[in-house]
Write a protein that binds this ligand. Structure first.
Ligand SMILES: Cc1cc2nc3c(=O)[nH]c(=O)nc-3n(C[C@H](O)[C@H](O)[C@H](O)COP(=O)(O)O)c2cc1C
Length: 471
C-alpha cells in the first residue's frame, strides 16, 4: 500500500491554540504557523499521524472539516508534501515501510495513482540517480525535486531495470521484492519514471528548457529543488568535523611581494565609473611582460586579508573569519589564489600560492613543466595567438564552506569566484593590465601542478593577467 504520513522530523501541533493556525516546525526551517481558517490542515495532520492512503485521507478530512472546499484538500496535501511536512511511504503487508519518498521543493509534484496505460512502457528519468546513505539506498532527482529512501536497498533493482523502456510486468520481473509494485507506482506518481513514446523518449526530453541540460549540470544546480538539494545545514555548523583553518600554512619557500602604495593609488586611480565602462576582456599581451609587482598589486587589492576575526572559544559554532577587499560567504574566504607565472618580470616561472595574510607568494611547484598543462588549458580557452603570461587559478577549499553551509557549499564557492573574477578585472583595468576570465578548469592539470587532492581543493575559476600590447 502507498500511504502518506507526517515526516518523522516534523513537529506538528494541529491544535492551533492561540496561534489561530497550525504550528509546525522542521529542522532547518524553524517554526511556522500555517493559516487554517477552515480547519482542513489540522484535520489532515491529525489523520497523517499514522500512515493513511490518499483516498481515505481526503474522504476523512472532508468529514472532519466540513467547511473545507473538497477540491482544495488535495492542494493542501500537495503543499504539505512540498514543504516536507508529509512524506509518502510504501507500506509492506507486515506494516514495515519499504520506501519513503519526500519532495525536496514545493516545485516537486506527487500525483497519486497516475495509472500507466495498459501495455505502456515506463522508463527512468535521465536525471535520477541512486546513492547510498547509511544502510539505505536513496533514489533522487533534482528534476523531479524528490528523494526516495529505499529502506530495502534491493529495491534499487527496480529503477535500474527502468534504464530501458519496460512494461510494469517486465520491470517487476527484475525486482522480486513484494514492495516493488508499490514502488513502481510511487516512481510514476513522483515523475521519477514516466511513459515513453514509441521511440523510447520521455516527456522530459521534449519539455521546454530541458534540451541540453545534462545530469551533472542539473545536479550541480539542484534543478527544480533550487540551488541545493536541501536547505543549508540545519542547526548550525557541523559538529562532525572541526572547521578547517582560515589559512593554509606555508609549506614552501616564501617570496614576499611589494605592498602597493594605497595612498597613492587612492589619488591616482581612474574613477570607478571610468574603470567599469572601459573594462574589456583582453586576450593579447605585450612586451615586456607583466611584473611581479603588478601581479602583487592586483592580489593585494582583491584578496589580501585586512582584518582577522578570531573564533570565540566560548561561543559554539564560532570560527576564524577574515575580512578582505572582496566579500565572501560567511567571511570564510575558502578560495585560494594560485599564480602560474610563465612570463613575469621578477618572478621565476613556476606555480605559487598567494598568502593573503602576509602578502607573499608561497612556491608550490618550481618545475616549469608543472606549468605547461595549466597554462596550455587557459591558452586554448582564450582562443588567442598569445600565450598567457600569468594565470590566476581560484581553487575552493570546499570543506571550509560545507562545515558551515552543508549542501550549498559548491554554489557559494561559485558565487565567491564570480566576485573575485570581476574584482580582478577591475583592478587590472585600473592598473592598465590585460585580463581575461577563463571558463573551463582542468582539474587534473591543477591537481598535478599543485599536488592538491581535488576533493579537498579544486579549481572553480581562473583569470589570465598580462601586460597590454602597445596600441
Ligand atoms: C565566468 C567567465 C568565464 C569566461 N571564460 C572565458 C574563456 O574561457 N575564454 C575567453 O576567451 N573568454 C572568457 N570570458 C570572457 C568573456 O568571453 C567576455 O567577458 C565576454 O565576451 C564579454 O566581453 P568583455 O569582457 O570584453 O565585456 C569569460 C568571462 C567570464 C565572466
Amino acid at each position: 500500500m502507498i500511504a502518506l504520513r507526517t515526516a518523522s522530523d516534523a513537529d506538528v501541533d494541529p491544535s492551533g491554540g492561540a496561534h489561530g493556525g497550525v504550528l509546525v516546525s522542521r529542522p532547518g526551517t524553524g517554526r511556522a504557523v500555517v493559516p487554517d481558517p477552515d480547519g482542513a490542515v489540522a484535520a489532515l495532520l491529525r489523520l497523517l499521524r499514522t500512515p493513511v492512503a490518499w483516498e481515505p485521507l481526503i474522504e476523512k478530512a472532508a468529514e472532519l472539516a466540513p467547511d473545507a472546499d473538497p477540491g482544495g484538500l488535495a492542494a493542501r496535501v500537495a503543499r504539505l508534501l512540498g514543504v516536507g511536512l508529509v512524506v509518502a511511504v510504501c507500506v509492506a503487508d507486515d506494516g514495515a515501510e519499504a520506501a519513503e519518498a519526500r519532495l525536496t521543493s514545493r516545485l516537486g509534484h506527487y500525483r497519486p495513482g497516475s495509472e500507466p496505460l495498459p501495455g505502456a512502457r515506463l522508463r527512468l528519468s535521465r536525471f535520477a540517480a541512486v546513492r547510498r546513505d547509511g544502510d539505505t539506498a536513496v533514489l533522487e532527482s533534482p528534476a523531479a525535486a524528490c528523494q526516495v529512501i529505499l529502506n530495502r536497498p534491493a529495491l534499487a533493482a527496480l529503477p535500474a531495470a527502468l534504464a530501458v523502456p519496460r512494461t510494469p510486468a517486465e520491470a517487476l520481473a527484475h525486482c522480486p521484492d513484494p514492495a516493488a509494485a508499490d514502488l513502481l507506482q510511487l516512481l510514476v506518481d513522483l515523475g521519477l519514471a514516466a511513459e515513453t513514446d514509441a521511440a523510447g523518449g520521455l516527456p522530459e526530453d521534449e519539455a521546454p528548457g530541458h534540451a541540453g541540460r545534462t545530469f551533472r549540470d542539473l545536479w550541480a544546480h539542484g534543478g527544480r529543488a533550487g540551488i541545493a538539494m536541501s536547505p543549508p545545514r540545519a542547526g548550525g555548523p557541523s559538529t562532525a568535523f572541526p572547521p578547517p583553518p582560515a589559512l593554509t600554512p606555508a609549506d614552501g619557500p616564501v617570496r614576499p611581494l611589494p605592498r602597493p602604495d594605497m595612498a597613492r593609488l587612492r589619488r591616482t586611480d581612474p574613477p570607478l565609473a571610468e574603470v567599469m565602462e572601459r573594462r574589456r576582456s583582453v586576450r593579447t599581451f605585450g612586451d615586456p611582460p607583466v611584473t611581479a609587482a603588478q601581479v602583487g598589486e592586483v592580489l593585494y587589492r582583491v584578496g589580501r586579508i585586512t582584518t582577522r576575526l578570531a573564533a570565540d572559544p566560548d561561543t559554539p559554532g564560532s570560527y576564524d573569519r577574515a575580512l578582505r577587499p572582496v566579500p565572501g560567504a560567511g567571511a570564510l574566504h575558502e578560495l585560494e589564489y594560485y599564480v602560474a607565472a610563465r612570463r613575469c618580470t621578477g618572478l621565476s616561472p613556476g606555480v605559487y600560492r598567494y598568502d593573503p595574510a602576509d602578502h607573499a607568494l608561497v612556491t608550490v611547484a618550481r618545475d616549469p613543466s608543472a606549468l605547461v598543462p595549466l597554462v596550455d588549458h587557459a591558452y586554448r580557452a582564450l582562443g588567442s595567438s598569445d600565450v598567457p603570461q600569468v594565470l590566476i587559478t581560484l581553487a575552493a577549499r570546499f570543506q571550509r564552506l560545507s562545515w558551515k553551509y552543508g549542501e550549498i557549499a559548491h554554489t557559494l564557492a561559485l558565487k565567491d569566484t564570480g566576485v573575485v573574477i570581476q574584482s580582478v578585472y577591475l583592478c587590472a583595468e585600473a592598473a592598465g593590465l590585460a585580463a581575461c576570465a577563463i571558463g573551463p578548469a582542468d582539474t587534473a592539470a591543477f591537481a598535478e601542478a599543485t599536488g592538491c587532492d581535488p576533493l579537498d581543493q579544486a579549481p572553480v575559476g581562473g583569470i589570465v593577467l598580462g601586460s597590454r600590447p602597445a596600441p
